[in-house]
Write a protein that binds this ligand. Structure first.
Ligand SMILES: [Fe+2]
Ligand SMILES: [Fe+2]
Length: 156
């Protein structure tokens, strides 16, 4: 991201990124040693950077909020013991995020469809949703392969 895009990213994510309820995601592991918080921050940055590099016009604030909250299910899915976690967690995350942060319809739908194509007949329906789905796949693949968090992505 350019310096201008970095500045815009942190301005748009400002209050949410420091919210103590969002910071609860630091207590849960997503992939390897990477917490769900680090994962969501990486996905938000990736989605925003894809949006900027591909010059896609969409609601930037909705994109960042949906990405930061897309895995806001607040449990360690490894201990949850539900092999259907992949199917269920988008709905759990959307419900909890909506209760705590009053999502817009676009944000909520983007979170609910971020696991597509797992949710076969429920694909994303907005540019925000497609960017989130793509960014999540890219970041999850990187994290699973390399099992590391990029220290440059941590909250400054
Ligand atoms: Fe997810
Ligand atoms: Fe994710």
């Amino acid at each position: 991201m350019t310096v201008e895009e970095e500045t815009r990213f942190y301005r748009l994510s400002g209050e949410l990124i420091q919210d103590e309820r969002l910071l609860q995601m630091k207590n849960f592991i997503q992939h390897g040693r990477i917490t769900t918080y680090d994962h969501c921050l990486s996905v938000a940055r990736k989605a925003f950077s894809l949006k900027c590099s591909m010059k896609i016009s969409c609601d930037e604030k909705a994109l960042i909020r949906a990405a930061l909250l897309h895995d806001y299910f607040l449990y360690d899915w490894h201990e949850y013991g539900d092999h259907l976690h992949g199917y269920h967690h988008p709905y759990i995350a959307a419900r909890k995020a909506d209760m705590d942060f009053a999502l817009t319809a676009t944000e909520k739908k983007a979170i609910m469809t971020h696991m597509w194509p797992l949710t076969l007949f429920h694909p994303p329906v907005s540019k925000v949703g497609w960017l989130l789905t793509l960014a999540d796949k890219m970041v999850s693949t990187e994290e699973t392969l390399f099992k590391r968090a990029d220290s440059s992505l941590r909250l400054r």
